[in-house]
Write a protein that binds this ligand. Structure first.
Ligand code: SF4
Ligand code: SF4
Length: 338
């Protein structure tokens, strides 16, 4: 496990050096911050804790062509094409944990090659959080502001420099490739990293004790709380689109002249069409059933299948819901009802 220091003055050189041998994803944008491939003109976001859109699109694009079909031909055009090595710089620990959680889904009954081709070629360089945001609650879900779960390298802001620690062989290899910009960390640097991590953990204001929720949810199937917590919901899907663990998708065929493509597109269980049957029947006809499903999927079904809660406490669904629906409040009501 190597421990290195990167002087902030060398940041551009560091990312450009990384980009010389792989595709580098960085946080960019002003109002809606997201991870984008580094290229000329991309301005890295500054002063934001986390991206509005999590970097799940790196391995699970919002729209992905699965294959193309051509008029008059029985064979389809084979996709996916060769995937290049990629590195995500500055992913937060909660989002890296989310990727590890979503891995379970994409290797559940069989490995999803579209996902795994990209996932295996992706190195995650995480950035520990020194100043968690108001709705962060990662510590309630086995995470922490400097958790290394799912990361290949963890990086921490120490003022005028970054401390970097290799976690996996993949991470060590990436660090070796940029060793020209790095120097060895001292004991004092390591101590500063640990002190920052402990202090950040104390700054987390929100929490929920999840004990009993996964097992208890089935008892509350017909409980009035679902009506109460979904009354204001607009069904916009923001909470699910921006959730790093949400992974629902639709498969659609799109025609392009006589030819066409089959694509996989992010979908949301908060949309009425999501469960609409061809007969016109909808088993989740109102937002009450859809909200109940969102919570049950994360806190019960996923736990039953994979023994993990599919929520990392990133707080995005709280921060971005246009009508202030708050998952911690919903979970508190679940606890009260139980
Ligand atoms: S973001 Fe809020 S309003 Fe939109 S679907 Fe989710 S809970 Fe409903
Ligand atoms: S449910 Fe909300 S808090 Fe949990 S991971 Fe998804 S967006 Fe983050």
């Amino acid at each position: 496990m190597s421990e290195k220091i990167l002087n902030k003055d060398n940041w551009s050189e560091f990312v450009n050096n990384l980009a010389s041998s792989q595709k580098v994803w960085v946080m960019a944008g002003e109002e809606a911050v997201e991870f984008v491939p580094l290229s000329e003109g991309v301005k890295e976001a500054e002063g934001v804790l986390n991206a509005t859109v999590p970097p799940k699109n790196v391995v699970f694009p919002q729209t992905e062509t699965l294959f193309r079909f051509l008029y008059g031909q029985k064979e389809v055009e084979d996709l996916p094409e060769e995937v290049e090595e990629m590195v995500v710089v500055g992913i937060r620990p909660c989002d890296a944990r989310a990727m590890s959680i979503v891995d379970n889904l994409f290797s559940w009954d069989e490995d999803d090659t579209y996902y795994w081709d990209k996932r295996e070629k992706t190195t995650l360089i995480g950035l520990a959080c020194n100043e968690p945001e108001i709705n962060c609650f990662c510590t309630s879900l086995e995470g922490s502001p400097a958790s290394t779960e799912g990361l290949d390298v963890i990086m921490a802001d120490l003022g005028d420099k970054y401390y970097l620690q290799g976690i996996t062989d993949k991470g060590e290899k990436v660090l070796e490739g940029v060793s020209g910009q790095l120097s060895d960390a001292s004991d004092a640097d390591k101590k500063a990293f640990q002190e920052n991590a402990a202090s950040a953990e104390k700054k987390i204001k929100r929490s929920i004790d999840t004990t009993g929720i996964p097992e208890g949810l089935p008892q509350l199937w017909e409980h009035e709380l679902w009506q109460e917590v979904s009354n204001g919901c607009l069904g916009c899907g923001t909470c699910t689109y921006l959730c790093p663990t949400c992974h629902c998708f639709d498969i659609q065929d799109e025609l392009e002249g006589y030819n066409g493509r089959r694509c996989r597109i992010w979908d949301s269980c908060m949309f009425s069409e999501y469960t609409l049957h061809a007969s016109g029947h909808n088993p989740r006809p109102t937002r009450r059933e859809r909200t109940r499903n969102r919570i049950n999927h994360k806190y019960n079904y996923f736990v039953e299948k994979f023994d993990k809660i599919a929520c990392v406490g990133c707080g995005r669904c709280i921060n971005q819901c246009p009508v202030n629906i708050d998952i911690i409040n919903i979970l508190s009501k679940v606890k009260e009802a139980l």
